[in-house]
Write a protein that binds this ligand. Structure first.
Ligand code: DX5
Ligand code: ZN
Length: 230
């Protein structure tokens, strides 16, 4: 995608928000870089959340760019409409398609940034070439499906691999991490080279979600690798 952001990006996940008050919950995290929207279909993951109609309503309710994380089967069919609707970044799972290049191409053709997500147990190596054709790599640090789970630190080796390739100029992709990010875990993720941090329960269980976002960003910035600047 573009250059590395100059400061850590924070993407609050509305999975931990009040679904009956999503406009207010988005407003509560004004200043966030992206608003992370977890779309689950009860097939790819054992949970069901929301779909395109709710995303369309959210697009009308907030100016925060939407980061749609599609935990669904058949993303080739379902992902491009999220980009057409105006979602900024549309991420689908590598495990859900045989043709990630085609899905990424169709998301981009529909006007969105394209993201590839990999589950904690999925190897990075088979997807390294494909990373040339996506904008975002979403490294899952919990099994997808539910908020509030514990961070799996072993996935950071994948972050380090991609960070090194990006810093060497061999790849241009934004590295995002999702799952179990909070004040206890964000520093190690920042040190590994994450650009964008998804946080659900750490933000929406706080008394002041907006302050929680700012605190997480400051904490990550204090552990931002020094090699990244320009
Ligand atoms: C899990 C979702 C995450 C979830 C993260 O499948 O993809 O985005 O909201 O929640 P926390 O930050 O509570 O782990
Ligand atoms: Zn997510």
């Amino acid at each position: 995608m573009c250059q590395r952001p100059s400061v850590p990006m924070i993407a609050p996940s509305i999975l931990s928000a009040d679904f009956a008050n999503l406009a207010a919950e988005a407003e509560a995290v004004t200043g966030s870089d992206w608003l992370h929207v977890d779309v689950m279909d009860a097939h790819f993951v054992p949970n069901l959340t929301l779909g395109l109609p709710v995303v369309e309503s959210l697009l009308n309710a907030t100016d925060i760019p939407l980061d749609c994380h599609l935990m669904i089967e058949d993303p080739g069919r379902w992902a491009p409409p999220y980009a057409e609707a105006g979602a900024y970044n549309v991420t689908f799972h590598a495990e859900a398609t045989d043709d990630p290049l085609a899905v990424a191409r169709d998301i981009r053709a529909a006007g969105g940034k394209a993201g590839l997500a990999i589950k904690p147990g999925t190897d990075l190596e088979p997807y390294l070439e494909i990373l040339r054709d996506v904008d975002t790599l979403l490294v899952m640090s919990v099994e997808p499906g539910f908020g509030g789970q514990s961070f799996i630190p072993e996935v950071l080796s994948k972050v380090r691999t991609v960070r090194a390739l990006v810093d060497a100029g061999d790849l241009s992709v934004l590295v995002e991490i999702d799952g179990g990010i909070n004040a206890d875990t964000i520093e190690q993720a920042a040190e590994a080279g994450v650009d964008c941090f998804v946080a659900g329960s750490a933000v929406y269980s706080a008394d002041d979600p907006g302050r929680a976002v700012a605190a997480l960003r400051a904490q990550a910035a204090a552990h931002w690798p020094t090699t990244v600047a320009d």
